[in-house]
Design a protein around this ligand. Structure first.
Ligand SMILES: [Mg+2]
Ligand SMILES: [Zn+2]
Length: 201
């Protein structure tokens, strides 16, 4: 990615979807199966107020596996965005990986660069929104989210919703373990203040 030398890049927050913003329900294949976790809208409103881009990056191998179409996935993502918007919370973007290395037809069965913990979705969003991944935060409930953060030099927040407690039990080293997404957003707010006072931002 090439940038003009004087382009100022900002921090961003990359959010996992299932188990982080909405209830973990295995493969969600219909809008009726998606419900927001209690603190999600307030958390994203806080990120909005802080002026941070809030971008969803989600692995959705259910598409490769044939459980839902990409069209249906976009409908479900749109429904999530609408539920949040009704509570005054705005997502700046929703990126998904429909692939899987082992399952699906040749369109979807591939070792792609976008499936977390690979950084493809973060890099694509960062180029679009002028985000510096190294100044950014990854929030999710699985080891792949923490690993993604490590790979790109971002800070990682494990939320203890969804699969988060299990992930913690299995052993992981996030920058912070948050009770839920709002706790994560508040930690980010504080961490940004510390970084600014240290002159890192
Ligand atoms: Mg998840
Ligand atoms: Zn992919």
């Amino acid at each position: 990615m090439r940038m003009k030398e004087n382009t100022i890049l900002c921090p961003g927050v990359f959010l996992d979807r299932d188990g982080t913003i909405n209830e973990e329900r295995g493969y969600i294949t219909r809008v009726e199966e998606l419900s927001l976790l209690p603190h999600s809208a307030e958390a994203i409103r806080l990120l909005n107020r802080l002026g941070l881009k809030a971008v969803v990056v989600t692995n959705q191998s259910g598409v490769a596996r044939g459980y839902l179409t990409e069209e249906r996935l976009r409908e479900i993502n749109g429904y999530m965005e609408r539920l949040l918007r009704e509570e005054g919370a705005g997502l700046d973007g929703v990126y998904y990986c429909p692939h899987h290395p082992l399952y699906g037809n040749e369109n979807y069965r591939q070792n792609c660069f976008c499936r977390k913990p690979n950084p493809g979705m973060v890099f694509r969003a960062s180029a679009y929104f002028l985000i510096d991944p190294k100044l950014s935060y990854i929030v999710g409930d699985k080891e792949e989210d923490i690993e993604l953060a490590i790979r790109i030099g971002a800070k990682s927040i494990l939320v203890l919703t969804g699969m988060g407690r299990k992930t913690l039990q299995n052993g992981t080293s996030p920058s912070y373990a948050a009770d839920h997404l709002l706790d994560a957003a508040r930690w980010i707010e504080n961490d940004l203040t510390v970084s600014r006072n240290q002159g890192n931002l």
